[in-house]
Design a protein around this ligand. Structure first.
Ligand SMILES: [Zn+2]
Length: 316
């Protein structure tokens, strides 16, 4: 075993900031093998910009490199990460970490479209110490106001998908909080596009990502104004929990939790929660919410029951 790789395999899977993911958990050996560049260093700068057609925001993260475990790198490298904040608009992408100046990180990188990018989102980042709060739900203040999400499904989804996705919405709407999903039918829109429509569709995403929820929000209020969910066509899907296939309702219920906005959980003791950030074939346990998931949305949105009980008392 080579010393460099041994060190990598022992690196703690401690992750930066507020990324969110529904991912296939890749072995460390796969990350090591597939990365073109593995570097450690300190974040010295971040700059967020709209892309050319103003449909997405990317953040360019500068890392001062002090260690190279694979490949060759200059003293500073720039990594393109989907998401960021420009003007009044913020775009957050599930599974993508948000870096801050001073963060000490090790990154597993590949070259895509002329940019260095994270090989596999949050799984491609480790930090020296564990800074994540040990909560049974994770909430960063981003939420919907009013407490509802009116959404569409892409008209090109396979048979049965829209029903499976709606079932996920109903699960959240009937869990005891004031939050409601409202299904508006199908749309020809798909993918991740800032267009004012909340759309569930499918498309090609990076290897390792099962599905991804991107949300746009107002920076000042943290009010979420749009969510787009994309299921990855790279994987085999089923609407019946079939062995060997990923279940649409299972993963869909998890993804819709990000519309609320609950964040992913990664600790092994969170593995029964719907918001656990890893999924498996044949799995259906995310279709039903656990206590931590329900506690999370009640804290964010309050309980509908409580609101009903606030009727004025009759005065004789
Ligand atoms: Zn997730």
């Amino acid at each position: 075993m080579r010393p460099g790789l041994r060190l990598l395999s022992l690196a703690l899977l401690v992750l930066a900031a507020m990324g969110q993911a529904m991912m296939v958990q890749l072995p460390q050996s796969a990350l090591d093998a597939n990365a073109e560049l593995i570097v450690s260093g300190t974040v010295t700068g971040t700059e967020s910009r709209w892309n050319n057609d103003n449909s997405s925001i990317y953040t360019y993260v500068t890392l001062a490199v002090d260690k190279v475990d694979k490949g060759t790198a200059d003293q500073a490298v720039t990594v393109r990460v989907p998401g960021g904040e420009v003007g009044d608009v913020g775009m957050a992408v599930e599974d993508m970490p948000v870096f801050q100046i001073g963060d000490r990180v090790t990154l597993w990188l590949v070259s895509r479209e002329g940019n260095l990018e994270l090989l596999d989102g949050m799984q491609s980042v480790t930090q020296p110490t564990d800074a994540r709060p040990l909560a049974y739900y994770s909430y960063s203040g981003y939420h919907r106001d009013p407490a509802s999400c009116n959404y569409y499904t892409y008209s090109g989804l396979p048979s049965g998908w829209a029903g499976a996705i709606q079932a996920g919405g109903v699960t959240w709407s009937t869990a005891g909080s004031a939050f409601r999903f409202n299904y508006l039918g199908t749309t020809s829109a798909s993918g991740t596009v800032y267009d004012g429509q909340n759309v569930v569709s499918r498309g090609s995403l990076s290897n390792g990502i099962l599905a991804q929820n991107t949300y746009w929000y107002n920076r000042a209020t943290k009010h979420v104004v749009e969510n787009d969910i994309v299921f990855n066509t790279l994987y085999q899907w089923s609407t019946s929990g079939a062995p060997g296939y990923y279940d649409v309702q299972n993963i869909g219920t998890h993804e819709m939790g990000h519309c609320l906005v609950l964040n992913d959980l990664y600790k092994s003791y969170h593995s029964e929660l719907t918001m656990y950030g890893y999924g498996a074939t044949g799995e259906t346990k995310k279709q039903t919410l656990e206590a931590g998931d329900i506690q999370g949305i009640k804290v964010i949105y309050g309980t509908g029951l409580l609101r009903a009980n606030l009727r004025p008392t009759a005065v004789d």
